[in-house]
Design a protein around this ligand. Sequence first.
Ligand code: NAD
Length: 248
Amino acid sequence: MFDIPPKLIDKLARARRVAVLTGAGISAESGVPTFREARTGLWARYRPEDLATPEAFERDPKLVWDWYAWRRALVADAQPNPGHHALAEMQTRFEDFTLITQNVDGLHQRAGSRDVIELHGSLARIRCAREGTPVAVFPADESPPHCPCCGGPLRPDVVWFGEMLPIEALAAANDAAMACDVFLCAGTSAVVFPAADLPLIALRAGATVIDINPAETELAERVSFALHGPSGVVLPAMLAALDAVRAG
Ligand code: NAD
């Protein structure tokens, strides 16, 4: 069991509003590769400019579509891990709880989290690359398939490098960061902006900011508490400690 500092639990137990930002690391223990880790991250094997930009899709739509289809299949085979489950449970412990994720894998929702703010879209959705229209059915036999309305190519509904984040999602995430008593970061290298700004916004607004990551991050130096461990171990320990303090 991971030791959670009593001062942290005290802050959490008193908190009315809690906001959480997750990144690829929270799904690592489900077998979903992260992006920037040197040995195992996706960007150690692939170049983002070949796969995760609008220009890449224009240049080679089949390559990009197939890469996302591979990731969609990988995620469909994965299961939420104890970190996802602890956050879904935690939602029921606070008056106001906002879960913001940079992940596109849908594992938070599968663990039972509600009203998840998806900053970078979702692998589960597709849309017309030309008109932006969402398309409900995944046509199976083309790569990429084409829009039933205009015939344009369909693309994953994720945010690529160089693209804007969905405005409403970002505004809701900023509001939560500004208003929370405790801001929890789990499994993010916190280098991709604007998501990486959220813990800093919370810090400036006076929140207790907690970072959970087995590795040393730039964020860890600035936060109130840095917990160096896997989120699938640390988050359940944090929930158990919170419940114990509240019960007793
Ligand atoms: P990242 O790969 O940059 O960082 C993952 C972090 O998780 C690392 O700091 C690592 O130490 C940590 N980690 C590893 N195992 C962990 C564990 N068990 N528990 C806790 N932490 C663990 O991923 P990120 O921070 O999410 O990157 C930012 C975002 O950028 C991504 O989530 C992604 O949405 C986005 N992005 C999108 C695309 C795209 O294809 N559209 C491309 C690149 C990045």
